[in-house]
Each structure stands twice: as C-alpha cells, then as structure tokens.
Design a protein around this ligand. Structure first.
Ligand code: PMP
Length: 442
C-alpha cells in the first residue's frame, strides 16, 4: 500500500462512493487503511477511535482472530455453494444459532446479503403470507416518518426520508406513515421517554382510512437509528403490537442496527418486551466482516406459506445467488460464538449507563441541541449552522481529524461504540467530542 494517502494509486477517480459528496471527498479524503480492536488506522498509521462500530457492524471489535480463521477455513473447505435446491452445513448451523438467541417462536431464518435485502425480503414474505391465507388484498405497507429501511425499492418506499426518495420516482406509492415519536418535550431525555405511547394510535387512523383488510404489515425500527436515534416512548411498541394483532396486520421490526446487543439484549425486541412477526437483521450478524443479512420469521407464518403450496412445489419464489453464502454463514457462526463466549451483550448492557451518563455531560455545550440514547446507541444533535446538515457534515470531518470516527446524519452524530469498548474508550470519545464541540460557535 502506498504510504502517501494522496497518491494517485489511493485516490482513483474510478471509485464512486455511496451516500458521499464525492467531489468534496476528493479534496479532503478520509481513508481507513487498517483496524484492530476499537481503532481504525489511516494510511499514515494514525489511530482513529471507532465511535460507531464502522457502520453499526463491528460489535465485537476489529480484527477478531476467531472470525478471520473461520472465514479462511470455510474458504478452503467450501468456497461457494448455491442455496437454491442445495444447502451446506454452515447454513444450518448459522440458522440454528440465530434461532437460539431470537425471541421465542421467531425461529425460521431466511438469509440474504444486506439490510436492504432483508427489508425487501420481509415485505415479500408478508405479501406471500397474506396471499396464502386467502387475503391477497392486503398489500399496503405502513411505515413511519424518519424511518430508514435501506435503499432497495421496497425499503426505499417505506423510508420516511424524503432526500433518499426524491431522485427516484417509481418507488411504491401509497405508504401511509405513522408520525415519528420525537416530541418537543423530550429534549435531553435518555432512555425511553415516558410520554408518547399514544402516537401508536396513528395506526388506528390509518386503518380507519385504508381498511385493515388492505394492510399487509407495519414496519418500524424499534429505535430509529440512521435518522438520529429516536427511542420509542414507553408502551409505544406494545401498543403497536396490540393494534396490529387485533387487525391481522403483521408487525415487522427492522433490527439492522438494534440487533446483536446494541440495546443490552440480543435484540431490541427483547429489551422492549415486544415480539414482532418478522425481524430483519444484518451488519453485526457477521461482525461486519462478510456481507450478510437475514429475516427471522415466526414459524406459524412460514407454516402458512408452506401449507399453501403443494409438496414438490417451491413455496417462496425469492432468493439471491449469494444469500446464505457458506463463508458468510461461517463468519456468522464464529461471530455468534464470540458474542456468547465473551458475554458481549451483557458487557454492552453493563457499559451503557456509563456511556449515556458521560455523553450527557456534553449538554452544557451551546452547540449541543439535544441528546438521546438507549443502550450503546446515542444521538448527539447539533444546533444547525446555515443549511440543515452543514454543521453535521463539517463536524464529522473535524472529528475524524481529531481521531474519532462516527456517523452523522443531518446535524446529529450517532454514537455506537463496539460492545468491547471500555469505560476508558468512552472517556476518550467524550473528551474528543468535548474538545471539538467546545470550539463551535452558535
Ligand atoms: N434498515 C435499517 C434500520 C438500517 O439502519 C439499514 C442500514 N443502516 C438498513 C436497513 C440497510 O442495510 P444495508 O445498508 O446493509 O442494506
């Protein structure tokens, strides 16, 4: 690797980065060249603390030997196998391990390659289920303002982020949105807000105007992640569960960010005590090292879909060439074993109060407009500076230069340290944030 980060070999105009202002990036590139533990290194070898687990993926920390070995061994044993009309041993084992940490009954696993694919697959499972029950009219999906459900056309249609949709006419029309749950009185509330459960009753209004018999499913992130960390009000998810159940509507939790210990339990479903009918996951399923995702499906839903098809006939006409790839399955098995052996979900749960308390000390800085969080997931919202998102974009660069990698969305920084982080890492995150944010004029 060339040691000069600006050399032509590193900065090639052929690479088009996603969700990035590419032209500005070329002027001030931020390049990650290596990683271990909770640190990245740039091309000059400078350590950069990983404040958002890569992109909410690297829960067990970087460079985990056990996963590297499992991947290498699998590549030697069976480098690829199709999963149409065929299966392989690690596929079964990965599904079995996932089932052992998923909520009771939600134990049928359909593998895909990403969060976006998991969302679109869940939409199709919901449609197939209703059709199998003779309710093919149920085709409407309900989502929520400030939701992110990936970028494929299905999930994009569900997303309540207008910027992501604006350029792409042709998304599914007619997705009614619940209001988001960030009420004005909730500034600087950490954990579940006490007020706002009744916002779930928006679903009753949507049912009244569209007819329950036309609605297939409601999709929500238990905690909205990419749109700035919005923690559900106490009782909100329970209420959604009651209403969906009463009206034959499926409830889908998109746990692509909240899965795998981020909220102190394996899944947010368990932290909030609400079991959905379908649950999507990705990212930390393999600690980020190999692309993978999955939909966990209530076994009764799978049974209904299977029962509607005669023996020897395909039950579900859907799948991806590389979904459930043997190498991804091996990475998932090794990752799940690590989570269990090192008790990383408990470890994250134990660190969470300290993480949230220390972050809360930033509220005294004038530029900090709000602070929200649950478990090891928190949003620090900045006062805007000119155009919305301008300060967030600038600060994300400055923080990187100061040695902290994190994800910003608009004017909110999203913190999600690896579950293996220590109180000292938390102190370092907060101290870099404090130093950089203190210099901001409001
Ligand atoms: N759903 C949620 C809740 C997400 O946060 C994301 C990605 N951040 C996705 C879906 C899409 O996942 P991917 O980028 O792996 O397609």
């Amino acid at each position: 690797m060339p040691s000069d980060p600006t050399s032509a070999a590193v900065l090639s105009p052929h690479l088009w980065l996603p969700f990035t202002p590419n032209r500005d990036f070329a002027r001030q590139p931020k390049i990650l060249a290596a990683a271990s533990g909770v640190h990245y290194r740039d091309t000059a070898g400078r350590p950069i603390l990983d404040g958002s687990s890569g992109l909410f993926s690297v829960a067990a920390g970087h460079g985990r030997e056990e996963i590297v070995r499992a991947v290498a061994t699998q590549l030697e044993q069976l480098d690829f196998a199709p999963t149409f009309y065929r299966a392989h041993p690690p596929g079964f084992e990965a599904a079995r391990r996932l089932a052992s940490i998923l909520p009771e009954g939600l134990d049928r696993v359909f593998f895909v390659n990403s969060g976006s694919e998991a969302v679109d697959s869940a939409m199709k499972i919901a449609l197939a289920y209703h059709r199998a029950r003779g309710e093919a009219r149920r085709t409407i999906f309900v989502s929520r303002e400030r939701a992110y459900h990936g970028v494929n056309l299905g999930g994009l249609s569900l997303a309540g982020i207008v910027n992501n949709r604006r350029a792409f006419a042709g998304a599914l029309p007619g997705v009614p949105l619940l209001r988001h749950t960030l009420l004005p009185g909730q500034r600087f509330v950490l954990g579940e807000p006490a007020e706002g459960a009744e916002l779930a009753d928006d679903l009753l209004r949507i049912i009244a105007s569209h007819g329950a018999e036309n609605i297939a499913a409601v999709f929500v992130e238990p905690i909205a992640g990419s749109t700035g960390v919005i923690v559900p009000p106490r009782g909100y998810l329970q209420r959604l569960r009651e209403i969906t159940r009463a009206h034959g509507i499926l409830l889908v939790f998109d746990e692509v960010i909240t899965g795998f210990g981020r909220t102190g339990q394996a899944f947010a479903s368990q932290s909030f005590g609400v079991v959905p009918d379908l649950l999507t996951m990705a990212k930390a399923i393999t600690n980020g090292v190999i692309p993978a995702g999955a939909v966990a499906v209530d076994r009764r839903i799978q049974q209904t879909i299977f029962d509607a098809a005669p023996e020897q006939q395909i039950e579900f006409f859907h799948g991806y060439t590389t979904g459930g790839h043997p190498v991804a399955a091996a990475a998932a098995i090794a990752t799940l074993a690590l989570y269990e052996r090192e008790k990383l979900f408990e470890r994250g749960r134990a660190l969470a109060p300290y993480f949230l308390e220390r972050l809360a000390t930033l509220r005294e800085l004038p530029v900090v407009a709000d602070l929200r969080g649950y478990g090891l997931l928190a949003g620090v919202e900045f006062a805007p500076d000119g155009a919305p998102g301008a300060r967030g974009y600038r600060l994300q660069q400055t923080l990187f230069d100061a040695g902290l990698h994190l994800k910003t969305t608009g004017d909110t920084a999203i913190l999600a340290p690896p579950l293996v982080a220590t109180p000292a890492h938390v102190d370092e995150i907060v101290s870099i944030l404090r130093r950089v944010l203190a210099a901001e004029r409001v």
